[in-house]
Design a protein around this ligand. Structure first.
Ligand code: IYR
Length: 242
């Protein structure tokens, strides 16, 4: 097929199982110290740290390698103030205006959140991640994007890990609805706001809820048994026939 991309060799250094496990465990322990915070220090964060975290996020796998994400980084105090006010306006309507069902409020009670989002104004950086529902062919015509939520979700995970590795903290914030961000940040209609990340260092005296993470047993199943009533397998040889 003529449209197939040229291929290049790919190898990785293979560690023996012992060192591999030690390296993987060290990574797991490092990520286990990550927490979402809401009390941010006002200390400045160099732009280069944000840039490298975005570059790391952008290594994520994506549907048809379309990389359907835009990271908008904001340090301008006037823009942060606008974002805070608009977010609090929406959140107030959600928390206090009956837009949030009681069941949802109950689920959030242990976290102790409310409509107030002062950190949006005081953090050194806000990064808003947009999901591109479509993009463009080189001739400028629209090009559909595939598996956008999956792709952007993976990029968000890598972004959070990269920030943590840089000694920074963040919060996966979802002021709802988030449409005000498109207008404020001047994004086109084919991009939808996906997540908002306030980024900085924890403030002195910062606390987090005393949460526990689920054990491996509660989140992983290894080798489930084949179902008893498994039907005969189709003959794959038929599928290769011309
Ligand atoms: N968007 C609201 C509500 C909220 C929802 C969930 I699910 C959370 O884990 C935390 C908050 C807010 O940001 O306060």
């Amino acid at each position: 097929m003529s449209d197939r991309a040229p291929r290049v060799p790919y190898t990785r250094p293979r560690l023996p199982p012992g060192p591999a496990l030690a390296q993987a465990q060290a990574f797991a322990e490092a990520l286990a110290t990550r927490r979402s915070i809401r009390d941010f220090s006002t200390d400045p964060v160099p732009r280069a740290l944000i840039e490298v975290a975005i570059a790391t996020a952008s290594t994520a796998p994506s549907g048809a390698h379309q990389q359907p994400w835009t990271f908008v980084a904001v340090s301008d105090p006037a823009m942060k103030r606008r974002i805070r006010i608009a977010a609090e306006h929406e959140e107030h309507r959600s928390y206090e205006g009956g837009r949030m069902p009681q069941q949802w409020r109950d689920a959030l009670a242990p976290i102790g959140t409310d409509w107030r989002k002062p950190f949006l104004q005081t953090v050194p950086w806000i990064v808003v991640l947009f999901a591109q529902q479509s993009g463009f062919f080189p001739d400028g015509s629209p090009r559909r994007h595939y598996y956008v939520k999956e792709s952007v979700g993976i990029a968000a995970g890598l972004f959070i890990a990269a920030l943590h590795q840089a000694g920074l903290s963040t919060l996966t914030h979802t002021p709802s609805p988030m449409t005000f961000l498109s207008r404020l940040l001047g994004r086109p209609s084919h991009e939808k706001p996906f997540l908002l990340f306030p980024i900085g260092y924890p403030a002195p005296g910062c606390t987090v809820p005393d949460l526990r993470r689920k054990d491996l047993d509660a989140v992983a199943i290894f080798d489930p048994p084949l179902p008893q009533d498994e039907p005969e397998l189709p003959d794959l040889a038929d599928m290769d026939a011309p």
